[in-house]
Design a protein around this ligand. Structure first.
Ligand code: ZN
Ligand code: ZN
Length: 286
């Protein structure tokens, strides 16, 4: 447990990469009047710490249980990739499948009301920042971990390869949530950039349910959910959902703010008038 905590909090890489992303926010801010060290950053840092706690206390056992369930259901099936294909091809195939499933799971979170109730927490941030990637409700978090890891069981990947993929995913998703005016130039047609993902978080109706991709933009292109303009940096959030950080530095208020976010989805299930979770299709149909 101590080792896991040290890996998260004492790694110089963590501080270097956080400083690099914050530096880009200073150099090229998407929203100029947003502070780099904002209350929103502090609010999402609470979710970052919850993720750290999960990584230390729950995830190893959870992934182990998923592995057992997978082996039980499939007899431990894995492509015999090292015989059929060279290792780099196995890694590419695993990455493509995982990235597609992440796209699909993201689409489901928007299209199925029960999933949206949880996903709205992620979208409610109005001052996007590098820790918004982990502003993810724990129910959604555990499902997303399963969607990410279970397909990888099908491939004969080494532990360091899987851990490396996880690390790239973490920092990539932090970068695309940061307040950065960056669309990756010519790479914007292939890779999800901070600009591309900001469109996904946009509060404006014309951007609704666009750009679900996590790393590759190809899935949005293939399935018609791509927003084809790469120079817009809209305001973010969800109309009718107000889960902003408290104005005052009060431990009680900050705790209550987190509890409110955590309980928010469960409260929406009790509402049956279609206004739950700021369901944007329903709200705008009115
Ligand atoms: Zn989303
Ligand atoms: Zn996001």
């Amino acid at each position: 447990m101590y080792e896991a905590a040290a890996r998260i909090y004492l790694s110089p890489w963590f501080y270097l990469l956080v400083a690099a992303i914050l530096g880009l926010e200073v150099l090229w801010p998407a929203v100029r009047n947003q502070k780099v060290l904002s209350r929103a950053l502090a609010q999402d840092f609470v979710w970052f710490n919850l993720d750290g706690l999960f990584k230390m206390a729950i995830l190893p056992a959870y992934i182990g249980a998923l592995r057992m369930a997978y082996d039980g259901a499939t007899g431990g099936f894995a492509f015999n990739g090292s015989d059929l294909w060279p290792v780099p091809l196995t890694v590419i195939a695993a990455f493509l499948l995982s990235d597609f499933l992440n796209w699909f799971h993201h689409w489901v979170r928007h299209k199925v009301t029960a999933f949206w109730h949880f996903h709205v927490i992620h979208h409610s941030q109005r001052e996007m920042n590098l820790f918004t990637d982990l502003r993810v409700h724990s129910v959604e978090y555990l499902i997303a971990q399963a969607v990410m890891f279970v397909p990888l069981f099908m491939f004969p990947l080494s532990h360091p390869t899987i851990m490396g993929y996880g690390a790239v995913m973490i920092w990539y998703t932090r970068l695309i949530h940061a307040n950065i005016r960056l669309n990756f130039g010519p790479l914007r047609f292939i890779l999800v950039s901070p600009q591309f993902h900001r469109i996904h978080h946009s509060i404006e109706p014309r951007h609704r349910d666009r750009n679900f991709g996590v790393i590759l933009t190809v899935w949005d292109r293939l399935f018609g959910t791509l927003y084809p303009h790469y120079d817009e940096y809209p305001a973010t959030g969800v109309e009718g959902v107000n889960l902003q950080p408290p104005a005052r530095l009060s431990a009680r208020q900050w705790t209550m703010s987190f509890v409110e976010q955590f309980l928010y989805p469960f409260r929406q299930f009790r509402r049956a008038d279609g206004r739950a979770s700021g369901r944007r299709d329903v709200l705008h149909a009115e």
